[in-house]
Design a protein around this ligand. Structure first.
Ligand code: ATP
Length: 308
């Protein structure tokens, strides 16, 4: 069942086209993740869906509800993780949750949320004394207090250490097992790969690809990365020039004496390359063929390195 559908969303800030044309739908109970390079338009997209920023064009539907007609009903359905600045530092997690609970008709119990976000032990400490990870867990708890069906988490693990990040992953998976729909943005590829049912890669305000992590990787694994090292740069440049003209080679990259090429047919490409190096008496020092990850999918589609 589709719980959210966005069609042809567009948003500009002056001359900056933050979101050019974004359409997708989200199914009940899935973790749907939006990833993309800096400034790709992820936050603007989320903020339009959350009703915080009006789109210039396009449609946003939560089943039959739209922001212009049904804002109150949509607000009951969705939970948005607040930025940590929206919490009260001089209150405790319990007091923050109790306060947020007063905003809603049928909030979840504070104790239940504290348990879910694993803060029961720290319920009576001041928020300003919490670690970054604990604050982020509280932010998720605050988004959950209204017991929403759909939860928006904008980079919930940015800046956290690996253990704190994993603790948040556990909470996200627990929420999923409770049947919540989660729309997530992240800077961490491993996170997207581990948590998501589907990943949408956004670049320059457009969706460049959308599928399950395994399908995205599978599509790309038809393409293999082959790496060759030569003993000098001149040979490497010539080998790159030769590879670029091979039909099987999709793209190449060179750094010092290492040549990387992406090919649909590694055997054919290597056969042709070895023939070339033999004919020219060039010595190949090392050869390897690498498995692909979601990070490779990202780079292949956006042409940009993943930042971490
Ligand atoms: P990041 O990963 O860095 O958070 P993002 O993918 O979330 O980036 P957005 O924050 O949506 O990207 O920004 C998209 C573009 O729109 C950027 O060029 C950004 O500078 C611009 N932008 C976003 N909000 C505003 C605003 N309120 N006024 C002007 N420009 C904005």
């Amino acid at each position: 069942m589709t719980v959210l559908e966005v069609k042809h969303l567009k948003k500009s800030f002056g001359s900056i086209e933050a979101v050019r044309d974004i359409s997708f739908s989200v199914n009940a109970g899935e973790v749907f993740t939006i990833i993309g390079p800096n400034g790709a338009g992820k936050t603007t997209t989320l903020e339009m869906i959350e009703g915080l920023v009006p789109p210039d064009q396009g449609e946003i539907r939560f089943q039959d509800l739209t922001w212009d007609k049904d804002a109150v009903a949509i607000k009951k359905k969705i939970g948005v993780q607040p930025q940590s600045s929206a919490m009260f530092d001089l209150l405790t997690p319990k007091e923050n949750l109790d306060l947020f609970a007063t905003f809603y008709d049928q909030p979840k119990s504070t104790e239940e949320i504290l348990e879910l976000i694993n803060l029961t032990e720290h319920r009576n400490n001041l928020v300003k004394q919490l670690s970054g990870g604990q604050r982020q867990r509280l932010a998720i708890g605050l988004a959950m207090i209204s017991n929403p069906e759909i939860l928006f988490l904008d980079e919930p693990t940015t800046g956290l250490d690996p253990q704190a990040r994993r603790n948040i992953w556990d909470i996200i998976l627990q929420l999923k097992s409770l049947g919540k729909t989660i729309i997530l943005t992240t800077h961490y590829m491993e996170e997207a790969e581990k948590l998501s049912d589907r990943v949408c890669i956004v670049d320059q305000g457009n969706i460049v690809t959308l599928d399950s992590p395994s399908s995205l990787i599978e599509k790309l694994t038809k393409e293999r990365e082959v790496s060759l090292s030569f003993h000098d740069e001149k040979t490497t440049i010539e080998a790159e020039h030769f590879s670029k003209n091979l039909d099987s080679v999709i793209r190449t990259e060179r750094e010092d004496t290492t040549l990387k090429l992406w090919t649909m047919k590694p055997e054919d490409s290597l056969h042709d390359l070895f023939q070339f190096t033999k004919e020219n008496d060039y010595h190949v020092e090392q050869v390897s063929i690498r498995e692909m990850s979601l990070e490779d999918v990202f780079i292949a589609y956006t042409g940009k390195e993943w930042r971490d």
